[in-house]
Design a protein around this ligand. Structure first.
Ligand code: ATP
Length: 443
């Protein structure tokens, strides 16, 4: 990743600033515990952010589970015993090299600073020490070894430890996958760049179990499938690329790793990693637990340990990439506007219902329209300020369609549908509105 550097500069820094500000100002992402001065790069997802983050996760769930017949879901515990993390290798090797700047005493991740302290410019550091990134805590009121627990630093291990449960309860056979979305925690040395790297974040991971001889082909399949997912959700091809790790850079368990990279304001950096993990995980857990984690192939009469292909994505990181990719400024009717060109499946609101005035008759009809649309679409309802201002506000948060109810609507029971991207308007009867909205939001 020679081209990536962690601080954005110039136009990149400006874009990052604009998106960070918009996210705060419009209720996507707030600094956590802000009234107490914030808390160490943790963030809260506000009313719009929670909608969008859920849409990102739903889009992933839909493509990875709902639209397939070879993947099942799981929601495993966040707290886990040391045995899991000893077997997975995390206790020993899930570390980053930590160095202290000798001059200003700041601590850094050695592999991210290229020998120069980002704080004071010094080039003198202490020897690197291996710093374990797992959050350690205690389960139950009695301290001691037996009570030690870790917050998971990835969701993957829950899929491996439940491999036999899932196999037994669903009667799957390779190739099949177990997928999970949920929070993970890493005590990152230097969290940075908004929600790109935080200590608490959400992941979307698939562990896909295959016969060893088919692993390479499935690895290629998943690289392609995952890249296509981002393209399909509207990220421009020139902002995405694949980066295959060189053999000598691979983790000890990996037989191949390819990152989907996004062009962030600071350069190309990871969005998702797809790895061929071989039989490492199931073998480790078999050996450590004494439970055989294998598949018995009835046709060949053989037991084998499946290989695992793992596409591991970040939900919060993906949301940030979608926001950055969607941010745009243009001019409408001689006026500058900010517009998030989000795919309708990701936008916090799909439709905004806007009564032209606060007159009770208009409000009543508008609420009727809202009720009609709310059943199928995520809607906003806004009746403050001029209609032009309200359009701008919806554009700025990426709402694809605005439905305006005006005085004529009272007579003709028709409304105006305005498109975010083209700003064109179309008159349609309330009876046909649902169908029109559905057609417009479909891509
Ligand atoms: P890095 O080397 O950048 O620390 P990684 O390669 O260890 O990250 P993975 O373990 O492959 O990351 O995690 C899979 C995905 O989870 C990443 O591609 C990213 O989208 C997300 N992710 C990992 N760590 C974080 C984090 N601290 N904050 C937000 N998202 C993260």
């Amino acid at each position: 990743m020679a081209e990536s550097h962690d601080a954005a500069s110039g136009a990149g820094a400006e874009l990052l600033d604009k998106v960070t500000n918009l996210a705060k100002r419009r209720g996507f992402i707030f600094p956590s515990a802000e009234i107490y001065g914030g808390f160490r790069s943790t963030y809260d997802y506000g009313p719009l952010g929670v909608n969008m983050l859920r849409n990102v996760k739903n889009a992933w769930w839909r493509s990875m589970i709902q639209l397939r017949d070879d993947v099942v879901g799981l929601d495993a515990a966040i707290l886990g015993p040391p045995a899991v993390w000893a077997a997975s290798g995390h206790l020993e090797t899930f570390t980053d090299p930590l160095v202290d700047c000798k001059k200003c005493k700041e601590r850094w991740r050695e592999d991210k600073i290229e020998g120069v302290c980002p704080n004071c410019g010094s080039t003198e550091f202490t020897e690197a020490r291996a710093f374990n990134l797992m959050f350690k805590t205690q389960a139950g009121p009695v301290e001691g070894e037996g009570a030690t627990a870790y917050l998971r630093p990835e969701t993957a291990q829950g899929m491996f430890t439940n491999f036999a449960n899932v196999l037994a309860t669903t009667r799957r056979k390779p190739p099949f996958g177990i997928a999970q979305v949920g929070k993970s925690f890493r005590n990152e040395i230097t969290p940075q760049n908004f929600v790109f790297r935080t200590r608490e974040f959400e992941q979307m991971e698939l562990e896909y179990f295959v016969a060893p001889g088919e692993a390479e082909a499935w690895y290629r399949y998943w690289i392609d499938t995952r890249l296509t997912w981002y393209l399909d959700l509207g990220i421009a091809p020139e902002k995405l690329r694949l980066h295959e790790h060189a053999q000598e850079d691979l983790s000890h368990y990996s037989r191949g790793t390819t990152d989907v990279e996004f062009l962030y304001p600071w350069g190309w950096d990871e969005l998702e990693g797809i790895a061929n993990r071989g039989d490492y995980d199931l073998t480790q857990h078999s050996n450590a637990s004494g439970v055989r984690l294998e598949y018995f192939d009835q046709t060949s009469g053989e037991h084998y340990v499946p290989y695992v292909i793992e596409p591991a994505a970040g939900a919060t990181r993906a949301m940030m990439a979608f926001l950055l990719a969607a941010y745009d400024e243009d001019e409408v009717g001689g006026e500058r506007r900010t517009v998030l060109r989000l795919d309708p499946r990701l936008a916090p609101y799909q439709v905004a219902v806007l009564p032209l005035s606060k007159k009770p008759e208009l409000e009543a009809l508008s609420r009727e329209v809202l009720g009609l649309l709310q059943v199928d679409f995520i809607c906003d309802y806004d009746l403050t300020q001029s209609i032009g201002r309200r359009y701008r506000r919806q554009d700025e948060v990426g709402t694809p369609l605005c439905v305006t109810v005006d005085f004529d609507s009272l007579d003709d029971r028709a409304v105006t549908v305005r498109d975010r991207d083209t700003t064109t308007q179309e008159r349609v009867g309330i009876d046909a509105l649902g169908e029109l909205v559905r057609a417009r939001l479909r891509r």
